[in-house]
Design a protein around this ligand. Structure first.
Ligand SMILES: Cc1cc2nc3c(=O)[nH]c(=O)nc-3n(C[C@H](O)[C@H](O)[C@H](O)COP(=O)(O)O)c2cc1C
Length: 336
């Protein structure tokens, strides 16, 4: 007999080709072959974080992931990458089944190029109007991500986005909810609201299979929700997408970096595009220092507000089993 959780997840799981409708969101430097394969092998859906990879590195990472799992997984690409179409070709060469386009609206032709390869396209919808636009442009599924999430964030809370977007858009295409999810009860709630599934990052970042440095993991285990703060924009002329990370010396260094880039902008030494690129490179480098080198003071320990619910290193399979058991118990209580 199919239980309620299985039937609520059926649409999302069928879309992903996985056992559960739980996606492990792409995390630069963290979501490489080991974590991605572990998630997909455990019945979730892993995503390779493209990060700052060249097409050749992405090619190797996909091949490495395939060597560790025969389950489906996806690739997350950043829309502003100058070699986006080459990266799409790399995905096609490997028959990657799902491509997520993150970091802004997909550039002209990118959705079509991915679909022409037979893959499914998933995009982030930061507002209802954009969700409708993305649906019209042929996107196969949406992720709505609230400001509780780790990494780059929008301004609106997950619960509000879910209420605004799910009632209409979930009728049209699968919608996955992300941001601030740490327990299964919340997964059950979003599924009941019409979500096809969920995407979690923070909860998986320190799994046993994650290659993140022990210092990075320790910082997560010690932190509480209020330690995961959003970066502040200091110059109105320099629009900076906020990043949620654990508060540390690196948070202060980012303020200084913004001042430096704003000055270059003032002096006409860089244009706005270059200024924003410098900021993005700063984040990629700072995240690498924390995740790979273990510099959790000077680097960027990106983490969502659910970090307080991450207290120890657990294998991915255990995390997914716990989330599913919590979701199932919540639904059973409602039915009783
Ligand atoms: C350390 C870290 C790095 C991340 N890097 C990326 C990234 O490179 N690209 C991306 O689309 N999202 C990135 N994210 C967001 C996750 O994919 C996911 O959507 C988010 O973590 C979900 O919210 P949660 O943190 O509340 O679970 C990152 C999140 C974390 C915690």
């Amino acid at each position: 007999m199919t239980d309620r959780l299985t039937s609520l997840m059926a649409r999302g799981a069928a879309f992903l080709g996985s056992e559960t409708a739980i996606i492990c969101g792409a995390m630069s430097w963290v979501s490489e072959r080991h974590l991605v394969a572990a998630v997909s092998n455990a019945g979730g859906f892993g995503l390779i974080a493209y990060g700052a990879m060249t097409p050749a590195l992405l090619d190797a990472e996909i091949a490495g992931t395939k060597a560790l799992t025969d389950k489906p997984f996806g690739v997350n690409l950043i829309t502003m990458h100058p070699q986006l179409f080459e990266l799409i070709d790399v995905c096609r060469n490997h028959d990657v089944s799902h491509v997520v386009l993150a970091g802004g609206l997909p550039p002209r032709g990118s959705v079509e190029a991915i679909k022409a390869n037979g893959a499914k396209v998933i995009c982030f919808a930061p507002a209802l109007s954009l969700a409708k636009k993305l649906h019209r442009s042929g996107v196969d599924a949406l992720v709505i991500e609230g400001m509780e999430a780790g990494g780059h964030i929008g301004p609106v809370a997950t619960g509000v986005l879910a209420q605004e977007i799910l009632p209409t858009m979930a009728l049209e295409l699968p919608v996955f909810v992300a941001g601030g999810i740490g327990r299964g009860e919340t997964i059950a709630a979003y599924l009941e609201m019409g979500a096809a599934g969920v995407q979690l990052g923070t909860r998986f970042a320190c799994a046993a299979e994650s290659i993140a440095h022990p210092n990075f993991k320790k910082a997560f285990f010690r932190a509480s929700a209020r330690d995961a703060v959003a970066s502040v924009q200091i110059d109105p002329r320099l629009p900076v997408i906020p990043v949620r990370a654990l508060k540390n010396a690196g948070t202060e260094a980012f303020t200084a970096k913004q001042r430096e880039v704003a000055q270059l902008l003032d002096e006409g030494a860089v244009d706005m595009g270059e200024a924003q690129l410098q900021i993005e490179h700063y984040w990629a480098g700072a995240l690498r220092r924390a995740v790979i080198d273990g510099d959790v003071e000077g680097g960027s320990v990106m983490a969502g507000q659910s970090v307080g619910m991450v207290t120890r290193e657990e294998p991915v399979a255990e995390i997914i089993a716990t989330l599913m058991a919590e979701a199932r118990a919540a639904l059973d209580r409602r039915a009783a």
